[in-house]
Design a protein around this ligand. Structure first.
Ligand code: NAD
Ligand code: DAU
Length: 355
């Protein structure tokens, strides 16, 4: 038996593949296009592990997923591959439509064709796990209860709209064709291997280098943070015991404002990398012009996954952020590689004109 993971050279995909191979013996085929966000260096520790096969390919190309399925005959697909950065989707939504919508459509078509060709027993056990986001629900007001799986979709950015479109396609393949799909909606992840365009790694890297920490707007936007290893554990439970056709929220029960998140990163940096001329690091915070359409608050209710699958996060923000900051401080070669070249162009594009 084997599973197929898409996007397994990105942040969550990498953590999932590494955890998967630690937790058991089942092989994993890893299909990834290696965009700017995908990095084979993440998978160096399993380069000689015969249980891991890497295939470079684009899920939006019609022949890619069918050929991987017919060659490797997986029992399940865990679908992470996506364009994921909201700010990039604002500067250019095209790739988001292509990968997140067209790519997911191609993947579903290939999965359906493959699933129909299976024997009854394998057909019963087959799963497509669609990894999605809390952003599909749009912004909550301060008094709203955390979103349940029943909340109405109201995506506000090109990124969240493209993920919502993918989720709707996934849902339709269950209702129309009976393809055994499950969608998970997760809150903001943080941890090792996250590309330093996202809030936590960006602030960690800038803070460690004594550079400005650009917080959008008033910094009071709220996100619900989850350590990535907890997300991976949840996904394994859903794959194991989740019910086809269902949606499961996954979140950390950890709502925090951006200012609080950045302040905690600064304290960890001061503590773990002290003696630096720029202490305290919180003096590096700069409030800059806001993200257009910036959602004010995300929060997810996790009663369903707790009740049905017995999953709960293990990490608190205090323990998770310390591990994360330490990981970035300890992995300078990784950081130097991902913050060279194109990364600087991205920083210019996104930050140079912010007041
Ligand atoms: P990421 O940007 O770090 O990685 C995405 C990976 O997908 C990269 O390795 C990239 O090379 C690959 N990829 C992109 N386009 C591809 C294509 N056309 N074909 C094949 N591979 C392609 O993303 P992430 O943060 O690890 O997110 C993984 C998934 O989890 C995404 O679907 C995202 O929407 C979802 N998600 C992320 C978060 C979060 O906080 N990061 C939270 C909830 C849900
Ligand atoms: O909620 C889940 C989503 O979390 C995932 O679906 C997305 O793939 C992932 O990118 C993330 O989206 P966010 O937009 O919430 O994450 P980001 O790290 O970009 O921003 C987090 C918050 O920090 C948000 O309110 C914007 C703010 N921010 C971000 C950056 C990059 C800043 O204030 N300054 C910054 O420089």
């Amino acid at each position: 038996m084997t599973i197929l993971v898409t996007g397994g050279a990105g942040f969550i995909g990498t953590n999932f593949v590494l955890d998967w191979l630690k937790a058991g013996d089942e092989p994993v085929v890893n299909l990834d296009k290696l965009t700017y966000a995908g990095n084979l260096r993440n998978l160096q520790s399993i380069a000689n592990d015969t249980r891991h096969s890497f295939v470079q390919g684009d899920i939006a190309e019609p022949d890619t997923v069918p050929s991987v399925l017919s060659e490797h005959c997986p029992r399940a697909i865990v679908h992470f591959a996506a364009e994921t950065h909201v700010d990039r989707s604002i500067h250019g939504p095209q790739n988001f439509i292509q990968t997140n919508v067209v790519g997911t459509f191609r993947l579903l078509e290939a999965a359906l064709h493959y699933w129909r060709s299976l024997e009854d027993a394998q057909k019963n056990d087959f799963r497509v796990l669609n990894v999605s986001t809390d952003e599909v629900f749009g912004s909550l007001s301060p008094d709203d209860a955390p979103a349940t799986e029943e909340n109405r979709y109201a995506p506000n950015s090109p990124y969240s709209a493209s993920k919502a479109a993918a989720d709707h396609l996934v849902r339709s393949y269950f209702h129309t064709y009976g393809l055994p799909v499950i969608t998970t909606l997760c809150s903001n992840n943080y941890g090792p291997y996250q590309f330093p365009e996202k809030l936590i790694p960006l602030m960690t890297v800038n803070g460690s280098r004594g550079q400005a920490l650009p917080i959008y707007g008033d910094g009071k936007n709220i996100r619900d943070w989850l350590y990535v290893a907890d997300h991976c554990t949840a996904l394994r439970s859903v794959l194991d015991r989740g019910r086809p056709g269902e949606v499961y929220n996954i979140a950390g029960n950890c709502e925090m404002t951006n200012v609080d998140v950045v302040t905690q990163i600064c304290s960890q940096l001061d503590d773990l990398s002290s003696g630096n001329a720029v202490e305290p690091r919180r003096d590096l915070i700069e409030f800059v012009s806001d993200r257009p359409g910036h959602d004010r608050r995300y929060a997810l209710a996790t009663a369903k996954i707790e009740r049905e699958l017995g999953w709960q996060p293990q990490e608190t923000f205090a323990t998770g952020i310390r591990k994360t900051v330490k990981w970035y401080l300890d992995n300078q070669a990784w950081l130097d590689e991902v913050t060279s070249g194109q990364y600087r162009q991205w920083l210019d594009l996104n930050y140079a004109k912010r007041a």
